[in-house]
Write a protein that binds this ligand. Structure first.
Ligand code: NDP
Length: 476
C-alpha cells in the first residue's frame, strides 16, 4: 500500500510530525539524510502506527500515493534548497511539497515560483508549538495554492491543535503568506515575552518580591484575562529552584537573551512595509542589549535615581497596576502585529483573513491564549478594522487600564527600571490618539534643509517655503 504522506528530515520536529500523522491513522513514509534517525524512529515508535522507512529520495517518492504529499522538515536556509533541488526532478506534475520549517517568506516566494514552473505545488507552512506541539497538535499556517490546500486540509486538520471543535489550521494565502504569518507570530511572541519579563522585573525590583511569590502572582493572573501559555510557563520558570545551589532558577541563569532570527525578520519586514511594530522592535533590541556584556560592564558605574522601591502599603495597587499595564501593552503589541499582516497581505496580494489567523493561534502555538478569541471576534465583527485598539471591547479595556498603565511607566522611570515594552506601547497608543503630532515640525525641518516639501492642512497640493531667501511659499 502506498503511503498517504511522506516526511523527510526526522530531527525533533519532523519525527514528531510523522508520529502525529501515524497516530491519526495515516501511513507515513519516512526519510532522513542520515539513516540512523529513520531507523531510530522505527525502533522507538514503530508501534504507534504504519511507517514506511525509505533510504533514498527515489524510494521516498516511490512510496507515496498520488498526488504525492511530501513534508520537508530540514534545517531552514540552504539545506532546504538542497533538498528541494533533489526532490523536484523526481516528482510529477500536481505533486505537493510542503516546507514546514522556519523559512523566510521571501525564500518561500522564490521557491514557490520556481516549483510552480515545474508544475509542482509548493506549500510553505508555518508550524508552531515546538516539539510537543508537533506531536500533540501544532498550530499550522500553510501558504500556497488552493488546490494544494484542499489536498492537504483533511490531514492537517487531523494533526493540528483543536479549539472548540475547530482545528488550528487555515489556508493563509498564496506563496509566502503562511511563512509570513508564522514570522509575525514569532515577532508577537518576542513582544509578549518581553512584556511579561518587564512585569516580573517591576515586581522583583520595584516591589522587592521574591521569584516564588511572583510565580504565585502570575498563576493568579493566569486565571483571568491574561490566561495564556506564556504566562503559565512564566509561573513555572519563576517557581523553579536550581538543584545545584538551592537558589531561584531565574537567579542563576545568565541574563543574556539569545535569538534565532525570526524576530529580526519581523522587524526588517516591518521596516520595508513601513508598519510601526515598535513593541516587537523593542523586544528584539532588548534581547540584543542584554547580550552586549561589554557595554553593560562599561556602564555599571553610571548613576541611577536615588528613590527606593514602591512602599509596602501601595503594593497591592502596584500589582494590580502592573496587570493592567501588561494587558494594555499586550493589546498594542498584537494590534501592531496584525497591522503588519494586513500590510503584508496588501503588499503581496495575499488577501489574508485576520480573524482566521487569530482563530488558528488560539491553540497549539506558543502565543496561544484566550485573548486570541477576542481578536478573532473583533475581526469577525469588522474585517476591515483599522486597528484592534478601536474595537469596542479593547477600547474599553484600554480606557480602564490607562491610569494604571501611566502610573506603572512613571514609577518604572522614577525607579530606573527599564520598561521599553510598556513605554513604547503607551507611546504608540498616545501617538495614535493625538490629534496633532510634531511630525508637522519634522516636515518643516525637512523642507528647511532639503527642500523636501510639505502638504498643508488647509489646501491641496505640495508646497515649499524659500527658507534661505524671503520665506515666500510656492507650490512645488
Ligand atoms: P534542525 O533544524 O536541527 O534540522 C535537522 C534536520 O535537518 C535533520 O533531519 C538533518 O538531517 C536535516 N538536514 C540538515 N541539513 C541537511 C541537508 N543539507 N540535506 C538534508 N537534510 C539536512 O531540526 P528541527 O527538527 O529542530 O527543525 C526542523 C525545522 O523546523 C527547522 O526549519 C526549524 O527552524 C523548524 N522549526 C523548529 C521548531 C523547534 O521547536 N525546534 C519549531 C518550529 C519550526 P541529518 O539528521 O542527516 O543531519
Amino acid at each position: 500500500d502506498q503511503a498517504h504522506i511522506g516526511v523527510t528530515g526526522l530531527a525533533v520536529m519532523g519525527r514528531n510530525l510523522a508520529r502525529n500523522f501515524a497516530r491519526r491513522g495515516y501511513t507515513v513514509a519516512l526519510h532522513n539524510r542520515r539513516r540512523e534517525r529513520t531507523d531510530d524512529l522505527i525502533e522507538q515508535f514503530g508501534s504507534e502506527g504504519t511507517f514506511v522507512p525509505t533510504y533514498s529520495h527515489r524510494e521516498l517518492v516511490d512510496a507515496l500515493e498520488r498526488p504525492r504529499r511530501l513534508v520537508v522538515m530540514v534545517k531552514a536556509g540552504q539545506p532546504t534548497d538542497d533538498v528541494l533541488d533533489e526532490l523536484a526532478p523526481l516528482l510529477d506534475s500536481g505533486d505537493i511539497l510542503v516546507d514546514a520549517g522556519n523559512a523566510n517568506f521571501e525564500d518561500t516566494r522564490r521557491r514557490e515560483a520556481a516549483l510552480a514552473e515545474r508544475g509542482l505545488h509548493f506549500v510553505g507552512s508555518g508550524v508552531s508549538g515546538g516539539e510537543e506541539g508537533a506531536l500533540h497538535g501544532p498550530s499550522i499556517m500553510p501558504g500556497g495554492s488552493e488546490t494544494a490546500y484542499s489536498e492537504l486540509a483533511p490531514l492537517l486538520g487531523d494533526i493540528a491543535a483543536n479549539v472548540d471543535g475547530t482545528p488550528c489550521v487555515t489556508h493563509v494565502g498564496p506563496d509566502g503568506a503562511g511563512h509570513f504569518v508564522k514570522m509575525v507570530h514569532n515577532g508577537i511572541e518576542y513582544s509578549d515575552m518581553q512584556l511579561i519579563a518587564e512585569a516580573y522585573d517591576l515586581l522583583r525590583h520595584g516591589l522587592g518580591r521574591e521569584p516564588g511569590a511572583i510565580a504565585e502572582t502570575f498563576l493568579h493572573w493566569n486565571t483571568g484575562r491574561l490566561d495564556s501559555y506564556l504566562i503559565e510557563i512564566t509561573a513555572e520558570v519563576l517557581g523553579h529552584t536550581d538543584s545545584r545551589t538551592g537558589k531561584p532558577f531565574v537567579d542563576v541563569v545568565l541574563d543574556q537573551a539569545e535569538q534565532k532570527g525570526t524576530g529580526r525578520w519581523t522587524v526588517q519586514s516591518a521596516l520595508e512595509l513601513g508598519t510601526p511594530v515598535s513593541g516587537i522592535a523593542e523586544a528584539v533590541f532588548a534581547r540584543s542589549l542584554s547580550g552586549h556584556a561589554e557595554l553593560r560592564e562599561a556602564a555599571q558605574g553610571l548613576p541611577g535615581p536615588s528613590g527606593s522601591g514602591v512602599p509596602e502599603d501601595e503594593a497591592d495597587r502596584f500589582v494590580a497596576d502592573v496587570e493592567q499595564a501588561l494587558y494594555a501593552s499586550k493589546i498594542v503589541a498584537y494590534a501592531q502585529g496584525f497591522n503588519q499582516i494586513q500590510a503584508g497581505s496588501a503588499e503581496y496580494g495575499w488577501n489574508i483573513d485576520l480573524g482566521a489567523v487569530a482563530a488558528i493561534w488560539r491553540g497549539g502555538c506558543i502565543i496561544r491564549a484566550e485573548f486570541l478569541d477576542r481578536i478573532r471576534a473583533a475581526y469577525e465583527a469588522n474585517p476591515t478594522l483599522p486597528t484592534l485598539l478601536t474595537d469596542t471591547g479593547f477600547q474599553q479595556a484600554l480606557d480602564e487600564a490607562q491610569d494604571s498603565w501611566r502610573r506603572v511607566v512613571a514609577t518604572a522611570t522614577s525607579l530606573g527600571i527599564p520598561v521599553p515594552g510598556f513605554s513604547t506601547a503607551l507611546a504608540y497608543y498616545d501617538a495614535l490618539r493625538a490629534s496633532r503630532l510634531p511630525a508637522a515640525l519634522v516636515q518643516g525641518q525637512r523642507d528647511f534643509f532639503g527642500a523636501h516639501t510639505y502638504r498643508r492642512t488647509d489646501s491641496e497640493g505640495v508646497f515649499h517655503t524659500e527658507w534661505a531667501a524671503d520665506r515666500t511659499e510656492h507650490e512645488a
